[in-house]
Ligand binder design. Structure first.
Ligand code: ADQ
Length: 404
């Protein structure tokens, strides 16, 4: 699993942590989705290649993802170690090149390479079966996406005679062409690949010798296979995951920007969610917190408060407050008369009496002082040093205290 990227477009949420360690959906971290998919697919020898600000990611993996040593199953976090000279990973292919010792030790036939920061369900065993049946050295997982997002993805063009073969692959093109049967969509790479192990090793070794390469999986390795006619596609719409609903069967979100991070949370919280966390046949695993249940009480004046279309995590205490279309992380306190609407709150935030939080993301340990307004007026938020996106989402960084 590739987990070393910086996640610049998620700043300031990635100011202090790797993108795969960014909290998501209350008690989860982004990496939990990809790891759960692998484990549920029966893939239990997992190395997570880390680099950028990896401390909270390492801690999360070592505390949460302890598989049985008896069965030789593991999730191991492997930091950049300068094994090939005094340099860090220069790209995702270089991360694999510098970690080839792991493949040489384990000697697998097949290697599944996945990104660490997408929200989705997928049974990789079906992709592996399709890969083996194809006889090709590389299979790229793909999903249709709106053409407006084409510049964020590797865009795939299929062979007209053989629609399992990739004819062209453009990494993040500016002017992508739509699909013949759907001009407003492109077929995007999900950043998940299945390789024959010997072919992957050979590819990253050759790439490592090239001075004209950025040593990137999507930018260099995949296009190289495609130019040799050696890359196949696996469309997510072939995948059957137990317990999926019609609404979330082909759900996949790249939460690379604040806007997509925000929208992916909205997908969780309605009565009929677009992504269903409550599918027990394909569970998304995460840390089991040793915390009391969430508690909802009336305030000292007897005001009941309301909470609707929201997720409230363990340890939270809501007292006569109004919570709507929001996701509250563990140990959130919302006090009398406060309002939290259309917002995402990470761990241990305290929202004091009569504060208003709208269209905002509060990082860990944030305090919103009594009566303070966040996400109500973009100019005053910016004046207080908060980040406000063009789409009007206010982000309050880790540990910030917004004064009353
Ligand atoms: P991006 O996600 O933009 O596009 P990248 O930044 O390389 O590509 O990240 C891919 C994965 O590799 C992430 O999980 C990231 O954490 C990790 N990574 C990045 N640099 C790394 C490094 N130096 N060391 C270790 N890990 C690193 C990719 C593909 C596109 C595809 C999209 C789908 O390149 O073709 O469409 O994913 O989101």
């Amino acid at each position: 699993m590739l987990a070393g990227g910086e996640g610049k477009r998620l700043m300031p949420l990635t100011a202090d942590r790797a993108k795969p360690a960014v909290p998501f959906g209350g008690g989860y971290r982004l990496i939990d989705f990809a790891l759960s998919n692998l484990i549920n697919s029966g893939l239990t020898k997992i190395v997570v290649l880390t680099q950028y600000k990896s401390h909270s990611l390492d801690r999360h993996i070592s505390q949460t993802w302890r598989l049985s040593g008896l069965l030789d199953a593991y999730v191991a976090s492997v930091p950049a170690q300068q094994r090939l000279g005094k340099r860090w990973f220069s790209g995702s292919a270089d991360a694999i090149l510098q970690s080839l010792n792991l493949l040489r030790d384990e000697k697998p036939d097949i290697v599944v390479v996945v990104g660490a920061d997408h929200v989705y369900r997928m049974d990789f065993s079906q992709m592996i079966d399709a890969h083996i049946a194809s006889g090709r050295g590389l299979t790229v997982a793909a999903i249709r996406q709106p053409i407006s997002l084409a510049d964020q993805f590797g865009v795939i063009e299929l062979d007209k005679d053989d629609p399992t073969k990739i004819n062209a692959f453009l990494e993040k093109p500016q002017n992508a062409e739509g699909l013949a049967d759907s001009p407003n969509e492109v077929l995007a790479s999900m950043g998940n690949y299945v390789f024959d192990a010997d072919i992957l090793i050979d590819a990253v070794l050759r790439d490592g010798e090239r001075s004209d390469s950025n040593h990137d999986m999507g930018g260099d390795i995949v296009p190289d296979f495609v130019s040799r006619g050696a890359a196949g596609v696996y469309d997510l719409n072939q995948n059957e995951v137990p317990g999926s609903t019609d609404r979330d069967r082909f759900y996949w979100r790249d939460v690379g920007s604040i806007d997509s991070f925000f929208e992916a949370h909205q997908d969780l919280i309605s009565a009929l969610p677009i992504f269903n966390l409550y599918n027990r046949e394909w569970p998304i695993f995460s840390q089991q917190l040793n915390s009391p249940p969430a508690k909802f009480v009336r305030d000292a004046r007897g005001y009941l408060g309301t909470t609707i279309d929201s997720i409230v995590s363990l340890g939270s205490l809501l007292s006569g407050a109004h919570i709507e279309r929001s996701v509250l992380g563990p140990w959130t306190t919302v006090e009398s008369g406060a309002m939290v609407v259309d917002s995402i709150v990470f761990e241990r935030a305290r929202i004091e009496p009569n504060a208003v939080v709208r269209r905002a993301i509060l990082d860990k340990d944030v305090v919103i002082g009594a009566g303070a307004h966040v996400g109500v007026d973009a100019d005053s938020d910016r004046a207080r040093g908060l980040t406000v996106t063009d789409s009007g989402i206010t982000i309050v960084g880790k540990g910030v205290h917004v004064a009353p």
